[in-house]
Design a protein. Structure first.
Length: 316
């Protein structure tokens, strides 16, 4: 649908509704939005631009109420979302949406059936499908749509190569599911192996690149939220390794520990995606150049995670 020119003048009853239900409440709504995102935000909506798309019902008769409902519904969704991504995730959202402006616009690319969201020139845009202004208002910023919008937006400027390589979903999951527990898991492994300086290398960027390539393949079976569990699944591979050390009695047997240190001479345990497995069907461990790798293929990523190191003794 091509864009329509804005209305030159709105009906008196509609102007009254816009004044009473939107203009008079805008400053309070902007404060709610700013409080939710912990930084000043504004709302930029032009009712005259929206009115030509109001075919009937709520949007056509009560456009001011409709606008307010879109923004208030978006704030509710943002509060729920930011509660799950933490302070760093909130900071990144504010960086991606650098204009700190929320607006409402036509989904002229026809990406959504009723409504959705994207980030355009740093603005967070609530989008409505042609013919559906005012329909499913509260669903515009549902979690999946917002996550996709943040993923598709350019990453924030950063000196960190991971920030430039990984999607928003991946970065968020690493912050939430991997980083808070990484040292605890490393310490468990260090204790079991009596190796205080053991190193864990997650290789997030390489894993992300290979999983993204797999996700684009025809008839792929990779899960749709593959990047949204990058941190948690990588953590589970290392947790599975820690469990296997205890199960195979490395924490109780000096000979096993000595054998491990002789072969894994660099004192490093890493995760990686490989093209083909050598020993198992889903995941395995391999030792190369003094490094122990927990590995799987893109197609088997996340399957039987806890078994990756079950063949450890045979590798030694």
């Amino acid at each position: 649908m091509s864009r329509l020119p804005p209305a030159e003048k709105l009906p008196l009853a509609l102007r009254k509704n816009i004044r009473d239900e939107w203009d008079n409440k805008k400053s309070d709504v902007e404060k709610q939005l700013s409080d939710a995102l912990t930084t000043p935000w504004t709302v930029d909506v032009n009712p005259n631009q929206l009115y030509p798309y109001a075919t009937d019902g709520y949007a056509k008769e009560s456009l001011g109420s409709c606008i307010a409902s879109y923004i208030v519904g978006a704030i509710y969704r943002l509060k729920d979302y930011t509660n799950n991504v933490g302070d760093e995730g909130l900071k990144e959202l504010n960086t991606i949406c650098y204009a700190h402006v929320m607006t409402i616009d036509l989904d002229d690319a026809k990406r959504f059936s009723y409504c959705g969201v994207d980030v355009y020139e740093g603005k967070l845009r609530i989008l409505f499908a042609p013919g559906n202004l005012g329909v499913n208002i509260d669903d515009a910023l549902n979690r999946d749509a917002l996550l996709r919008a943040l993923n598709d937006a350019p990453p924030p400027a950063s000196d960190d190569s991971a920030a430039a390589t990984l999607s928003f979903a991946a970065r968020s999951d690493i912050r939430k599911e991997y980083e808070p527990r990484a040292e605890e898991i490393r310490a468990q492994i260090a204790e079991a192996l009596e190796k205080p300086d053991i190193k864990l290398t997650p290789n997030f960027e390489d894993t992300f690149a290979k999983l993204r390539e797999e996700s684009k393949a025809k008839k792929t079976e990779i899960r749709g939220d593959w990047d949204g569990v990058l941190g948690s699944f990588t953590r589970l591979y290392f947790e599975g390794f820690a469990s296997q050390l205890r199960y195979q009695k490395f924490d109780e047997d000096d000979m096993l520990r000595e054998g491990f240190h002789e072969v894994v001479e660099k004192g490093e345990v890493a995760f990686r995606i490989v093209d083909k497995l050598k020993y198992e069907s889903y995941c395995e461990c391999e030792i190369e150049d003094g490094v122990l790798y927990l590995q799987c293929t893109s197609k088997t990523w996340g399957t039987n995670i806890e078994s990756a190191a079950q063949g450890l003794l045979s590798r030694l």
